[in-house]
Design a binder for this molecule. Structure first.
Ligand SMILES: Nc1nc2c(ncn2[C@@H]2O[C@H](COP(=O)(O)OP(=O)(O)OP(=O)(O)O)[C@@H](O)[C@H]2O)c(=O)[nH]1
Ligand SMILES: [Mg+2]
Length: 244
């Protein structure tokens, strides 16, 4: 399997068919999709499995028992990606916020790096719709805070639009990841830097979710604040070597 796209889902039945249609229309060779679903009440998992009628054998579904957050869903999804034998793995949200037309850019970047990070905040990146002041402050302020706490030299520390060479997922220590919400993205990047993986930021334009509902909550934001400090403290004793 050349490329597997891992998409965590919770109640994304309104988005998954469109996402799959857009991804398979890209015409990328040997591209597969893995939906990691936390038992969505709206039937996302069954719907995703049914997409194999249109894309035979290309849509994989990992069914998890309950909603545990983005972090545990990604850890399970990345392990499944390794089990399925993917050479390259790309992660993205189900809600079409991460544009499918930028997927080839991230995969192309993997020719020169181990981890390609889709970035809203570098030159050439952006957010399509104007966010209100609170949302802007939360996103940019959050990034400044996380960058400072973790010393990450990238602009978009919490990006959920990334691509990896297989070796990164084998070497990064998936079992040691502790974050539950979106701060998982920063914890992952922190480990990548600590381990010396080659990282490249690639600009993309972020679109607001058009269908379904956001899973962002106060507890996820609170976790991002304290977990950043915790990751840093714990990271002092964490210095494994990159496995390429
Ligand atoms: N499996 C699983 N997926 C989740 C969970 N929480 C969120 N997701 C998925 O993770 C992706 C990102 O979640 P969103 O709700 O879009 O969160 P967000 O992008 O931070 O917030 P918005 O910008 O408001 O959409 C989506 O594909 C969700 O369906 C979870 O607990 N389990
Ligand atoms: Mg979203």
């Amino acid at each position: 399997m050349q490329t597997l796209i891992v998409v965590p889902t919770y109640n994304e039945a309104t988005n998954i068919p469109e996402l799959a249609a857009q991804l398979f229309a890209l015409g990328l060779p040997d591209l597969h999709l893995l939906v990691v679903d936390d038992n969505s009440p709206d039937g996302t998992a069954d719907l995703a499995e049914g997409l194999n009628a249109s894309y035979p054998g290309l849509v994989h579904v990992l069914r998890r028992k309950a909603k545990e957050g983005l972090g545990p869903a990604y850890v399970a999804g990345f392990k499944e990606a390794l089990r399925l034998g993917a050479a390259n793995v790309l992660q993205m949200d189900a809600d079409l916020s991460h544009p499918t037309h930028s997927v080839p850019d991230l995969l192309a970047a993997l020719k020169e790096c181990d981890v390609a990070v889709g970035s809203r905040y570098m030159k050439g990146g952006g957010v399509a719709q104007e966010w209100n002041l609170l949302r802007k402050l939360m996103s940019r302020g959050g990034d400044v805070y996380v960058r400072m706490m973790l010393g990450l030299p990238i602009w978009d520390t919490k990006s959920g639009f990334k691509a990896f060479q297989r070796g990164v997922l084998e070497g990064v220590g998936l079992d040691g990841m502790s974050s539950r919400g979106y701060i998982f993205q920063a914890e992952f990047m922190y480990r990548c830097y600590k381990m010396g993986y080659r990282v490249k930021e690639v600009p993309f334009i972020f679109y607001e979710r058009k269908a379904g509902t956001s899973k962002l909550s106060i507890s996820i934001i609170t976790e991002a604040l304290w977990r950043s400090a915790w990751i840093r403290l714990r990271g002092k004793s964490f210095a494994p070597k990159a496995k390429r």
